[in-house]
Design a protein around this ligand. Structure first.
Ligand SMILES: C[S@@+](CC[C@H](N)C(=O)[O-])C[C@H]1O[C@@H](n2cnc3c(N)ncnc32)[C@H](O)[C@@H]1O
Length: 277
């Protein structure tokens, strides 16, 4: 998607903010990420080749490279700034020699990337213009028997524990969901069905319900603040003045709150390219 190129925006969000939010997401939802990486990395053969589809800042690519010391990882994204961020972190973590970045618009014809043992797409498929095209390209990039892990959000995280705050978040998320649907994004698509249609065998569908209670890790306040700013930017002109003022008031004091929770859900589909195709 062309708006994601250069220093533009993704889903209405500046790249620098999105990059920070992706890193905070992995940091704050640490246990979920740990469980997921443990599960998926147990399915790979020795010396796997892994493709991270829409890698962003590399939360998946880097975690897989660290967990699987003999893996080679190809991290693909349309955004050069995201890939630079990823490379910088790969150097810091000592895995840069096993991570290759490829800048490509995956809505177009894909560069040769495989044959891979594992393809990983976390919160990226819903951005693609044509999911059928993307799934066909992933299928072709996998070796027969290779695994495809799709991770998608059902909704964005919620933080406020009180009834009025939770209701405000719910109203805001509903408006943002409408806006994304109007923009043609595929949040909430039936990935199991689409994967099967593309020729994959869907072996598992697993939902992670994340509910972190206070006291939260230090990064959680900033995660909430960035999430609220993102929500606020996307809602200008779409919700009434009272709700906008309430969002501003909450954002202004969110770093001082000690009662925040983090409520999020992720669904993971585990699909395989059949061994005979
Ligand atoms: C919400 S981020 C998810 C990043 C990462 N997978 C994660 O879980 O943290 C979506 C990523 O998909 C990338 N993206 C969106 N459209 C793309 C396209 N057409 N081709 C390649 N990458 C794309 C964006 O640049 C962004 O880095």
């Amino acid at each position: 998607m062309s708006e994601a190129q250069g220093f533009g925006t993704v889903d209405g969000m500046a790249h620098s903010h999105l990059a920070e939010m992706l890193d905070l997401d992995a940091d704050v939802l640490h246990q979920y990420h740990h469980d997921l990486i443990t599960w998926i990395s147990s399915l790979t053969p020795d010396r796997p080749l892994i493709i991270d589809v829409g890698a962003g800042t590399g939360t998946g690519a880097l975690a897989l490279a660290r967990r699987l010391p003999d893996a080679q990882v190809v991290a693909v994204d349309v955004s050069e700034p995201m890939l630079e961020h990823l490379q910088h972190k790969a150097h810091e973590l000592g895995v840069a020699d096993r991570i290759r970045t490829v800048q490509a618009d995956l809505d177009q014809t894909w560069p040769a990337l495989g044959p891979a043992d594992l393809a990983w797409a976390s919160a990226s498929l819903h951005h693609m213009a044509d999911p059928d095209h993307t799934l066909a390209q992933v299928f072709a990039a996998l070796r027969p028997g290779g695994v495809f892990t799709v991770i998608e959000l059902d909704s964005f995280p919620c933080f406020l524990p009180d009834e009025a705050g939770a209701a405000l978040e719910e109203r805001c998320h509903a408006v943002l969901a409408e806006k994304r649907a109007e923009a043609g994004m595929h949040i909430g698509a039936d990935w199991g069905l689409l994967l099967a249609k593309a020729g994959f065998t869907v072996e598992a569908e697993r939902r992670f319900d994340i509910a972190l209670q206070a006291p939260l890790p230090a990064a959680a306040g900033r995660y909430a603040q960035v999430s609220f700013q993102r929500m606020r930017d996307g809602l200008e002109g779409r919700i009434d003045a009272g709700d906008l003022a309430a969002l501003d008031a909450i954002s202004a004091e969110i770093l001082d709150r000690d009662d925040l929770t983090v409520r999020a859900t992720r669904t993971v589909w585990l699909a395989r390219r059949p061994r005979t195709q």
